[in-house]
Write a protein that binds this ligand. Structure first.
Ligand SMILES: [Zn+2]
Length: 385
């Protein structure tokens, strides 16, 4: 017996009574067939409805070999009439998004000749895939046009055309459909083959926001938000922009330029800091006397390129140069000598939990140790520094 699809007759139906035809255990869940159902199964790019059959939780609904199976956590009473309820808040949101997808796909088709080749209605993300590249300008045009379709509040009609009618309908479809062709028509805008529940009028979609787009395979993937999700997106971005506007004393529509100026200032400051560091290294190098003794230096927060510059300056004055820069519980090291540095680094790494290496005349790396232990190690392993 074929389950009656109540979601096709009335997609707004959230509570109904149905007879349990069968209930079979499969692994840890139960598969129930009802004589009629308002639960829409997983398909057309969206997950199934959830809800309750009696007091049993409906975790998933699947269409398998043309039969609708409701997966519950506990068995349902076969032969009994039972009240059922779907989580309508979740379902209605999916109806809004799915109709939103049809509006956008229709716009892309009508304006740019693009075909929708994929749709995913996830919990946190909605994506639409198209078969060709798209520009930012086209995306903006499509978004404006999609919202115009919402403002027009066009009727959305779902029906099964007869074989003779099918020949005269020019509809979009991701695949060839030979039987049970269901059409979802947005009057005057789009005709598409689809099995999912939709809202009655485009106005119910509220807002369509095309958040972003990226290259996907040989085409384009668009990230979309509709209705409450689009509003939430706008509120979040607006709040962020409001804060940036306050922090940078910039008008809300001019925050990007203000951020650009801050980044340019930062770049100039980093350049100045780099120059000052190089000056400090030159001055430090001048203060070291020429000698035959090894030199050990402890520096605060000196990066590897500056340690290398300092070592290159000092190795002209000393036979061996050992520079350590502390970062939290570890030290970066950079050591230079005429030879023997690889051997020195290997032993240092092994003794003080380190890693690193380099050439026989210069090594760099990191050790995790205390300054006390490091000094003890250097006293024992470097002569007269
Ligand atoms: Zn659809």
């Amino acid at each position: 017996m074929q389950t009656v699809k109540l979601f096709e007759e009335n997609p707004y139906l959230s509570e109904f009574t149905a007879k349990v035809i069968s209930c079979e255990k499969e692994n840890d869940v139960y598969k129930t067939i009802l004589n009629k159902t308002a639960f829409f199964y997983e398909g057309g790019g969206q997950s199934s409805d959830t809800g309750f059959i009696g007091s049993k939780t409906v975790l998933d609904v699947q269409l398998i070999n043309n039969e609708i199976y409701h997966f519950t956590d506990e068995p349902t009473p076969v032969g009994q009439e039972i009240s059922c309820k779907i989580n309508f808040h979740e379902r209605y949101k999916k109806m809004q998004i799915h109709t939103g997808e049809h509006i956008v796909s229709g716009v892309m088709h009508n304006l740019f000749g693009l075909e929708n080749v994929g749709f995913h209605l996830g919990k946190n993300e909605v994506t639409l895939d198209f078969n060709a590249p798209l520009t930012r300008e086209q995306l903006n045009t499509a978004e404006t046009e999609a919202n115009q379709i919402i403002y027009k509040n066009l009727p959305v009609i779902c029906y099964y055309p007869s074989q003779s009618q099918i020949k005269n309908i020019n509809y979009r479809s991701k695949k060839e459909i030979s039987e049970n062709l269901r059409i979802v028509e947005i009057k005057g805008h789009d005709i598409c083959a689809c099995c999912a529940p939709h809202v009655k009028n485009t106005g119910e979609v509220g807002i369509i926001k095309l958040i972003n787009f990226e290259k996907h395979k040989n085409g384009t993937r668009i990230y979309m938000a509709c209705a409450q999700d689009a509003l939430r997106d706008y509120q979040t971005i607006s709040q962020n922009n409001f804060e940036i506007s306050g922090l940078l004393c910039a008008k809300p529509y001019e925050t990007a330029n203000a951020v650009r100026s801050v980044l340019l200032e930062k770049e100039a400051l980093l350049h100045t800091i780099g120059q000052l560091k190089r000056n400090i290294i030159a001055l430090k190098s001048e203060t070291v006397a020429t000698s035959d003794s090894p030199l050990v230096l402890f520096e605060d927060d000196m990066d590897i390129p500056n340690m290398r510059n300092l070592a290159n300056n000092l190795k002209l004055k000393r036979p061996q140069v050992y520079i350590f820069s502390q970062i939290g519980n570890s030290f970066n090291y950079l050591c230079a000598a005429k030879s023997g540095m690889n051997e020195f680094a290997a032993k240092l790494n092994q003794t003080l939990c380190g890693k690193g290496g380099g050439s026989d005349s210069m090594v760099q790396g990191t050790i995790t140790t205390t300054k006390k232990d490091l000094i003890e190690y250097l006293n024992a392993n470097i002569d007269k520094f």
